[in-house]
Ligand binder design. Sequence first.
Ligand SMILES: [Zn+2]
Ligand SMILES: [Zn+2]
Length: 348
Amino acid sequence: MKALVYRGLNTIKLEDKPKPEIQDPTDAIVKIKYTTICGSDLHILAGHVPTCKEGTTIGHEGMGTIDSIGDGVKSFKVGDKALISAISACSTCSNCKRGMLSHCDKAGWILGHTIDGTQAEYVRIRLADSSLHKVPDGIDEKAIVMLSDIVPTGYEVGVLAGQVKPGSTVAVVGVGPVGLGATLTAKLLSPSLLIAIDKDPARLEAAKKMGATHAIDSSKEDPEKIVKELTGGLGCDCVIEAVGVPATFELCQNLIAFGGTIANIGVHGAPAKLALDKLWGYNIAITMGFVNTTSTETLTRMFQAGTLKLDDMITHEYNLQKEGEQAYATFGAAAKHKALKMIINTEA
Ligand SMILES: [Zn+2]
Ligand SMILES: [Zn+2]
């Protein structure tokens, strides 16, 4: 089978690999129909994820059909359609029982990281019962891939951790795919203000389409000044960081209202300043962490009901076998190509 394989710094290769086989009774082999590339995959290529070894098939998002199962898999049978969760989990260890699936003793973020991932024709899913979700009939099978990772991440780590409520004033700093996932799902909770901040006009346009009430181009405008104007000088109840560099985390601290929550989603590679001398008396909270994917089933129901619209997130489609490497080239230059998420199909 064909697979997109990490081959060291900035190198991704489309290679032939053996089809994966069942190794443990709780495994399932999924024949991938649609997968996608994530910002985390680019972090791997950039060498920021040393736990991912050369030769690993990349990818932790996708959907497909169950090709085979181990004897211990109870909730899926061969032929079922399944959505793959970015987080694999056992559901029985102490961390899983506390809802911390991302810190599962036996798994967590392993796919396309410490074991072969989804950017291939087939993938082995460990702990399949609790790492896969049923795909309802008649659903858009490309759009549902947005629920493998980016939308649950925006919702759980941004919106829910950020305590967004009806009437909240919300700012999302960085509206790439995960920031857009936060924008889409914040909108479901009826905020009174939903302000998107980014330097990329195409992303700001997408954020407005997905429900942002205001868009601030931080390459041309001063976000702090505009947020203060829009909130009558208060700042925002919830500020979501979805970039992962010191400057944007520091900006969040200048946008937060008394009593608010800064919800950091960004994956940071360097320390950032925390203005404790200013913020100690603000009665605020700062949250951060990995997605646990405990919201996936809820979000799937909302998608099925039509209250959550996901297809605007997809801007490009490529074929794995013919254009897998091209997909990376486009996603790597996302601003130039106005790329948000790209579907990679495996149609022969
Ligand atoms: Zn991802
Ligand atoms: Zn566990």
